[in-house]
Design a binder for this molecule. Structure first.
Ligand SMILES: Cc1cc2nc3c(=O)[nH]c(=O)nc-3n(C[C@H](O)[C@H](O)[C@H](O)COP(=O)(O)OP(=O)(O)OC[C@H]3O[C@@H](n4cnc5c(N)ncnc54)[C@H](O)[C@@H]3O)c2cc1C
Length: 376
């Protein structure tokens, strides 16, 4: 039996994959109910292949928008790199989709029996004895199982106990995300766009017939707070030189639908598991969002861990899981950190843009498809 802590993208997908593979589990989440907060995320073809395997792809497609073209551009929307996702669709069966995080989580929750998710259960600590792990929750209750999976996100308490020296890194950039309650002009409907300016960037994609998601990233000190009364005005001034779509999106988004997060990741740790306890998703390898792969890697973790357990049900598969995933995921964490530095360059940004526009398309596509590949 597996105890999973955290009903985020990784924990929920693990539960759905375990259902599919008949692996016994119980899932515990600190929130009182499914969280409606958040904004849009992209699900790349690697994530969609897992969600298809898990049997939830139809419900995901019902509440998302397909992105068939991904454009990296300068601030005026002049392309630096423009990739059709159709070759990915041919190769992997899917291009990318844009979806509201809350809708993704609801689609996953619906695929899990109600008596296997326990809300309002905040993990406090665990104790390993022989071949069992006892978890204590903040309300004083306990549960015992053979294995414990920490899927409790970047600030993981399970990791805090397992690897107390792990460190969160601030990237030097902060991010505002918003959801506008209307669609984009038709010509942008199936596009994911990221515009790079001087020390700032802006991204957007439609999520559904009446929702469009955007993000704005700026170099900043850590832990700053917004004066919400003037936030929109400030954002509009940062992005005043950008394509008019940016102004439209910021202006037409309700202030309550704008969230701010400092961009951080987890400094890669040496191991993700020890004995009967294993971390997955952001708890193990939180990455910056620059490649849109954090959630996708949590989803992949669920898939590979499930497959290993199904193949060797009587063994501890955590070490094999770490061996299988470690290199690929850490490469993505590194590449994403580096991409963020390039994307928000202050000095030399025009040289960067000029260089990017000359990069061979084949090279850009090759790099992208290597991330989309799901290998058994
Ligand atoms: C700005 C931004 C944009 C992003 N865009 C993308 C994108 O486009 N595509 C993509 O693939 N990824 C994206 N990501 C990354 C993605 O959001 C994360 O990688 C993903 O959410 C990780 O899933 P997880 O399940 O590991 O953690 P989370 O989704 O954070 O879930 C952790 C869960 O654990 C629960 N929890 C925490 N502590 C406890 C406790 N003590 N007890 C019980 N439960 C607990 C939390 O409440 C939460 O439900 C983005 C991230 C950010 C910040």
């Amino acid at each position: 039996m597996y105890t999973i802590i955290g009903a985020g993208i990784g924990g929920l997908t693990t539960a759905v994959v375990f259902e599919k593979l008949n692996i016994d589990y119980q899932l515990y989440e600190k929130s009182k109910r499914p969280n409606a907060l958040g904004a849009g995320i992209w699900l790349a073809p690697n994530a969609l292949q897992v969600l298809e395997f898990a049997g939830v792809i139809d419900s995901i497609f019902k509440v998302s928008n397909v992105v068939d073209r991904i454009t990296l551009s300068n601030e005026k929307l002049k392309p630096l790199a423009d990739s059709s996702q159709l070759p990915a669709k041919e190769k992997y069966g899917f291009s990318t989709v844009a979806i509201h995080r809350a809708k993704l989580q609801l689609a996953l929750i619906k695929a899990i029996p109600k008596d296997k998710i326990h809300w309002n259960k905040a993990f406090a600590s665990y104790k390993q004895e022989d071949n069992a792990v006892t978890v204590t929750f903040q309300d004083g209750t306990t549960t015992q199982s053979q294995y414990l999976i920490g899927a409790d996100g970047i600030d993981s308490k399970v990791r805090g106990q397992l690897f107390p020296k792990s460190q969160i890194r601030y990237s030097g950039q902060t991010c505002w995300r918003g959801v506008m309650k209307s669609a984009l002009p038709a010509e942008y409907k199936d596009r994911g766009i990221e515009m790079w300016g001087k020390g700032i960037r802006f991204g957007l994609s439609q999520l559904s017939e009446n929702e469009t998601s955007w993000f704005a990233v700026k170099n900043s000190e850590a832990f700053q707070k917004d004066d919400r009364a003037v936030l929109k005005k400030k954002l509009l001034s940062y992005f005043k030189d950008f394509h008019p779509l940016v102004n439209e999106l910021i202006s037409n988004t309700e202030i309550n639908a704008i969230l701010r997060n400092d961009i951080t990741d987890l400094k890669p740790i040496k191991h993700w598991q020890k004995d009967n306890v294993c971390l997955i998703g952001d708890a193990a390898h939180a990455t910056t969002p620059n490649m849109g792969q954090g959630g996708a890697q949590a989803i992949e973790d669920a898939y590979y861990l499930g497959k290993l357990i199904a193949k060797n049900p009587t063994e501890n598969n955590f070490k094999a899981f770490e061996n299988k995933r470690f290199k690929r995921v850490n490469n993505i964490v590194k590449q994403s950190w580096f991409t963020g530095k390039i994307a928000n360059l202050n000095t030399g940004y025009s040289v960067r843009n000029a260089l990017f526009s000359t990069l061979p398309k084949k090279l850009i596509d090759k790099n992208m498809y290597s991330v989309y590949d799901l290998k058994d």
